[in-house]
Design a protein around this ligand. Structure first.
Ligand SMILES: *Cc1c(COP(=O)(O)O)cnc(C)c1O
Length: 377
């Protein structure tokens, strides 16, 4: 029996011919999440610009908090995240009952799907966008409805009209990635509001704002302002990017009841460790240092975009901590050249490369690669 028909019969055959455990059909062709390549072990220098991480070490106070919290790792963490919630409620002026945490904002996105969608349902998102969306949607059993980005390499924007047109009575959730990973394009608030006004009130709209702290375009509105009078909007934020805590897995959601309550129900118990909670609190309290670092990265982003344009590339105006080069067939070639020059970037074969803004020296190596590559086109 072929693997496929074995699966259709509800099990896969092991080498000895015994039937293996029955796995859900939905998992059969779930694409694997590709982590960014680590910095290369070879060569005189090597930088990782492939995962949109923060190049700075943890903010002042974070190591001390984590070290102190480590003394009690024999205990389960505070399941209600009370300290972190109090800090977030104050910082963002939202009630504690509208907050939820999770193992990174990807963990929360998965919980939102668990809470809203299953076989027969539809989930809409732009494409290309964050590569976790197709994976977690497929695991839920729901069908992905992908709406192509619009405006070409200059804009790389969500086509919000087409996304609203794609809503059917099966639609349960819509992801809006703002700014969009991997293109960096951000949506003006007026456009987003018009879209939200068009979406039926029983469809959950998830505003994934993983890069919110890097936004400088004043037309882009903070999702937390948009959620306030819209019970079908959920905002996702993370401590992984600007706050520099990618290794600790903590993100949060802001949403009205009953969405926030559904997130509490679908959470893995004690999923957010004590170390992560304490680190997040310490990071929020180090806001001055955070803003300085974010400003420095935004300064580097401005410089990188200007130099790329000077070299002749068409690039969209990224509002995140990365830039996007649409390279089509030459994507893999470019990624290999960058790696040989000492920087690992994130290629999406056949489409383009996403390059995180990192240390100045790393950004320079990327720019040198881009300049040399451009001359050969
Ligand atoms: C990095 C990223 C996240 C955050 O992931 P965590 O699970 O919080 O580390 C969420 N959404 C997008 C679009 C991202 O790029």
């Amino acid at each position: 029996m072929s693997d496929k028909s074995a699966q259709e019969n509800g099990g896969s055959r092991t080498a000895g011919g015994a039937r293996g455990p029955r796995l859900r059909e939905a998992l059969a062709d779930v694409p694997a999440y590709k982590p960014g390549r680590p910095a290369s072990a070879e060569g005189p220098v090597s930088y990782k610009l492939s995962s949109n991480e923060n190049p700075y070490p943890p903010l002042p106070g974070v190591l001390e908090s984590v070290t102190a919290a480590a003394a009690s790792v024999n205990r389960y963490p505070d399941m209600t995240c009370s300290g972190l919630f109090a800090e977030l409620a104050d910082r963002f002026d939202v009630p504690v009952s509208h907050l939820a945490t999770g193992t990174g904002s990807v963990g929360i996105a998965q919980q939102l799907l668990q809470a809203t969608a299953g076989p027969g349902d539809e989930v809409i998102y732009a494409w290309r966008s964050f590569e976790a969306y197709p994976i977690i949607t497929q695991i839920s059993g729901a069908a992905s409805v992908r709406v192509p980005l619009t405006g070409g390499p200059e804009k790389e924007a969500h086509d919000l009209d087409a996304m609203a047109d794609a809503v059917t009575e099966r639609t349960r959730l819509i992801f809006v990635c703002n700014p969009n990973n991997p293109t960096g394009a951000a949506l003006p608030g007026a456009e987003l509001e018009r879209f939200l006004d068009r979406v039926p009130s029983d469809v959950l709209v998830v505003l994934d704002e993983a890069y919110r702290e890097f936004v400088r375009d004043e037309r882009v509105v903070d999702g937390i302002e948009l959620y306030r009078d819209r019970p079908n909007v959920c905002v996702l934020r993370t401590f992984s990017k600007a706050y520099g805590l990618a290794g600790l897995r903590v993100g949060f959601a802001v949403a009205h009841e009953p969405v926030a309550a559904a997130l509490r129900k679908t959470a893995v118990p004690f999923g957010v460790s004590n170390l992560a909670q304490e680190a997040a609190i310490a990071s929020l309290r180090s806001e001055g240092a955070l803003l300085e670092r974010v400003d420095a990265l935004v300064g580097e982003r401005t410089r990188v975009l200007a130099e790329l344009r000077g070299q002749g590339w068409t690039v969209t105006d990224s509002q995140a901590n990365f830039v996007w080069l649409r390279l089509g067939d030459r994507t893999t070639d470019f990624a290999q050249r960058a790696e040989a020059a000492g920087v690992t970037v994130r290629p999406f074969a056949g489409e383009g490369v996403r390059v995180s803004i990192g240390e100045t020296a790393a950004n320079d190596l990327f720019l040198q690669t881009a300049a040399a590559f451009r001359k050969e086109l």
